[in-house]
Design a protein around this ligand. Structure first.
Ligand SMILES: *Cc1c(COP(=O)(O)O)cnc(C)c1O
Length: 362
């Protein structure tokens, strides 16, 4: 069978580290001597217990978190968290702040409103089509939490540093940059990330919730939508997404043992991003869509002089073995998603292609 793989710039589901895929393949028919694949073992078995516990330990260690933070593996994607967060954390008469920095942030706000919860948009970058991250935001000191989207996958922006919310717990959708760089977890009361961008396959969402936030969760919520249900059962109240948890475990192991942790990962990611942005900045043919001080290290969004050229760019890139470069259908243009697993070599190949394409068509 051909093992030819492409340079994968997909936005999500996205590239996974090759050593992780190879380990999955090698142990697929007989996981850890069980005589079964990981998709066949019981989630109540010692085999799976070891997997989920190791995943939790590694996530805690990578982010320097103590046991006041619970690590959960839930289903329903990041999109279900848009509802679960206000459902669990906001009681009558209480309010939360949201910063609207793009498509996903907008959806998070809409879901909270749909539940009849009181939300305040503390800041928004909608005035310029979400091409920047707002600065100098005034947060309501009475807010139960302040919600941000750490990386805006579609618009190509990312918080360079997280806002100071004083005593208000930060809550963040980190779906598209979770585990891409180190950060201080202390200001965060809740962090969530759909796995399929940066840490695993689709079907599992990592939720990290601090003990004080968990204790807020009120009673009148369906069992499966209550954080306490999952926290009290180590994410195994019902059958968890076993294969997803297993893949996350291997990705965390790769991050720790092959990459050397989040600081080392960040250094590689910065190098990758600057490789592409330097091509864009040196050119009048490519135009970055995000403001320079807000641009994402994960999703590089850019336009070409015409839609015809953008189409041609995506097609010719594909012929040269580079996939996933079409921008999100809601914004058009081009986007190179360069998550942890996309190698510097793949990014350099794309940068060279971009320069050649400009020379031929500019
Ligand atoms: C992809 C994405 C989502 C949606 O995730 P699902 O797991 O498909 O629900 C939410 N937020 C951000 C920032 C994303 O990139």
């Amino acid at each position: 069978m051909s093992t030819k793989r492409i340079h994968n710039f997909n936005a999500g589901p996205a590239a996974l580290p090759l050593p992780v895929l190879e380990e999955i393949q090698a142990s697929f028919l007989n996981f850890n001597g069980s005589g079964m694949s990981i998709t066949e073992v019981s989630h109540r078995s010692k085999w799976f217990d070891d997997v989920i516990n190791d995943a939790v330990v590694r996530i805690r260690r990578l982010l320097n978190m103590d046991e006041t933070y619970h690590v959960l593996f839930l289903q329903g994607g990041a999109s279900l968290q848009f509802a679960m967060i206000p459902m669990n954390l906001l009681r009558d008469g209480e309010s939360a702040d949201y910063v609207n920095t793009g498509t996903w942030a907008t959806k998070a706000i809409q879901e909270a409103q749909l539940l009849g919860k009181s939300v305040r948009v503390a800041a928004s970058s909608e005035d310029r089509n979400f091409c920047y991250i707002p600065d100098h935001i005034h947060f309501d000191s009475n807010a139960v939490y302040a919600h941000i989207t750490s990386n805006n996958t579609i618009k190509g922006t990312q918080w360079p540093i997280y806002p100071d919310t004083h005593s208000v717990p930060l809550t963040a959708d980190m779906s598209s940059d979770f585990m891409s760089r180190p950060f201080d977890v202390k200001p965060f009361g809740l962090i969530y990330a759909g796995a399929q961008k940066n840490i695993g396959p689709a079907g599992v969402c990592v939720v990290i919730i601090r003990d004080d936030m968990l204790k807020r969760a009120s009673g009148n919520i369906p069992t499966m939508l209550k954080y306490t249900t999952h926290a009290s059962k180590n994410s195994m109240y019902n059958t968890p997404p076993c294969f997803g948890v297993y893949t996350i475990q291997l990705v965390m192991k790769w991050l720790e043992e092959s990459i050397g942790g989040l600081k080392a990962m960040d250094a590689i990611n910065c190098k990758k991003a600057s490789c592409l942005y330097s091509v864009i900045d040196a050119s009048s043919f490519y135009k970055g869509t995000a403001d320079k001080n807000s641009r994402s290290l994960m999703n590089v969004t850019f336009r070409l002089p015409s839609e015809e050229l953008e189409k041609k760019f995506v097609q010719e890139a594909l012929m040269e073995n580079m996939g996933g470069l079409k921008g999100h259908r809601s914004v058009g243009g081009c986007r190179a998603s360069i998550y942890n697993a996309t190698t510097l070599e793949s990014v350099q190949t794309l940068a060279d292609f971009m320069k050649t394409f400009e020379r031929k068509n500019g």
